[in-house]
Write a protein that binds this ligand. Structure first.
Ligand code: ACM
Length: 499
């Protein structure tokens, strides 16, 4: 039997039997697992048409039992006997329910759950996905759909890339022109948009209900052309040098013009004015409001691709912006280039180099650990969900790699940055940049099935890694995703497989 489980649990044994969902099945809440019960009941009703009664009585054969424990971790146990019992903290119960959702199969008109005994806990505490809502704006409903998909694979961080050259996406009361003047466009003439503070709170609430913590990013000091549409005094004139001219030519896209929306996707031509105190007043106001809106512990301040900025200026900026972030009560996160600077103690670095990184990328990444921080691994040759899955795919870019499902799966976090100890690896993240995607269908197309590979790397024990097993399980999971109405690609069936 192929167990349709991704990520693979840390321990799973199977038996010959199966639990059958019937109209008599109840969800029995033990020790206050109410939130989990209502989410499960809604899911079962939607999928099967059966809405089990939710009760606090004594469980009997045929029931689904949710038992809340006092644990504060993400572990859970799921056992199928003559009933199904899931036990864990609130997060653990949520993950147990995601496992149950993957196990539910329709078989000759009945819904069944294979006989299993599962003990499960994640390998890494940070299991992220990133959505770039700056290059292309995605509305709240689409972000919620993205959360549904990601949380079903046990991802627990939603990194939102909220600002870039192409647009500013979050209401800031102290600087209202950001959304009034700098949010109206996206790349290639696509519509823009922004989140009001209430929209953002709704995303945070929905994410939290799915056990995902939002990590907002304001990309600095580069990727800031859009700020100049609203507050020209905060940014430098667009940088123009041979490298940037060549880039514009290679992309076949026009050069950025000060004060005009930029709809291409060249990088490295913009910067805030690093040595002006008025810039720092702006940043204190903006980052202060973002920090206040964000219940999660982390605030991402960017730091990537400042190609026209002198190293000393860049380092001075990073030192000060990470210190400011700490002052605002958040742990700074920054792309790995920021490791060239004296980052604030505890700053988290996000590595986005290749899986054969340069000496400089390695050195910068190790700095975060040396300064008491940790590292999120997003190797662009493996974990970038915006890379094409095949050379002929109409969506995605290919500057880092073509990443097929096996390539997305066949890497080990410990082996990416030489010298980085596993204890300094906070986790991994799959960024989905949005230069080539405009709709939820496009998101699904690049997300499925490769996000499942990243989910397994983030959650499952390294010792369980097995491409053939993963390939078979992810193939069988396609029907679960189909039943959810989720799009995207499915692996072509392997010979002799029985999904
Ligand atoms: C990045 O891809 N510029 C982080």
């Amino acid at each position: 039997m192929v167990l349709t489980l991704v990520p693979l649990p840390s321990s799973v044994t199977t038996g010959p039997g199966a639990f059958v969902l019937t109209p008599a099945t109840r969800i029995v809440i033990a020790d206050g697992a109410d939130a989990a019960a209502s989410a499960l009941s809604d899911h079962l009703a939607e999928l099967t048409g059966l809405r089990p009664e939710t009760t606090e009585g004594e469980p009997v054969a045929g029931d689904i039992v949710l038992r809340a424990t006092a644990a504060e971790d993400e572990a859970y146990r799921l056992e199928t006997t003559d009933r199904v019992e899931i036990a864990g903290s609130a997060a653990g119960l949520f993950y147990g329910i995601q496992t149950l959702r993957q196990l539910l199969r329709e078989d000759a008109g009945s819904w069944t759950i294979a006989q299993v005994s599962i003990t499960d806990a994640p390998r890494f505490g940070y299991r992220g996905v990133m959505l770039d809502v700056a290059r292309t704006f995605f509305d709240v409903a689409t972000v919620k759909e993205f959360i549904d998909r990601a949380s079903s694979l046990k991802f627990n961080r939603l990194h939102l890339h909220l600002s870039d050259d192409q647009g500013w996406r979050l209401q800031i009361d102290s600087r209202p022109l950001l959304t009034e003047r700098a949010s109206g466009t996206s790349v290639l003439g696509r519509p823009g948009g922004f989140y009001s503070k209430d929209d953002f709170r709704e995303i945070v609430r929905y994410a939290a209900a799915h056990h995902m913590v939002v990590v907002p990013e304001i990309d600095l000091p580069g990727h800031t052309h859009a700020i100049g549409l609203a507050y020209p005094g905060v940014v430098e004139e667009p940088v123009m040098n041979d490298m940037l001219l060549a880039q514009s030519e290679a992309l076949g896209q026009p050069l950025p013009v000060a004060g005009e929306p930029y709809e291409g996707w060249g990088v490295g031509h913009s910067s805030v004015r690093i040595h002006e105190e008025s810039t720092w007043e702006f940043l204190r106001d903006v980052l202060g409001e973002v920090a206040e809106l964000t219940p999660g512990p982390q605030l991402h301040v960017g730091g990537d691709e400042c190609l026209g900025t002198a190293q000393a200026d860049f380092d001075a900026f990073i030192e000060r912006v990470t210190a400011l972030t700490v002052e605002l009560g958040k742990t700074p996160v920054a792309w790995h280039e920021a490791g060239s600077a004296v980052v604030a103690e505890g700053t988290i670095g996000q590595f986005w180099g290749s899986d054969a990184p340069t000496a400089e990328h390695i050195e910068h990444t190790l700095r975060f650990a040396e300064r008491g921080g940790s590292v999120i691994l997003s190797p662009s040759t493996r974990a970038y969900l915006d890379m094409k899955p095949s050379p002929e795919d109409p969506l995605g870019l290919s500057w880092a790699a073509i990443i097929d499902l096996e390539s997305a799966y066949a890497w080990e976090p410990n082996a990416i940055v030489p010298g980085l100890d596993e204890s300094a690896i906070l986790g991994i993240e799959g960024p989905l940049w949005s230069e080539t995607i405009a709709t939820l269908d496009d998101i699904d197309h690049l997300f499925f099935p490769r996000a499942a590979a990243l989910a397994e790397i983030a959650w499952s024990p390294a010792s369980a890694k097995d491409w053939a097993s993963f390939r078979e399980r992810v193939e069988a999971l396609g029907s679960v995703w189909d039943a959810e109405g989720w799009g995207g690609q499915r692996p072509t069936p392997t010979e002799g497989s029985t999904p």
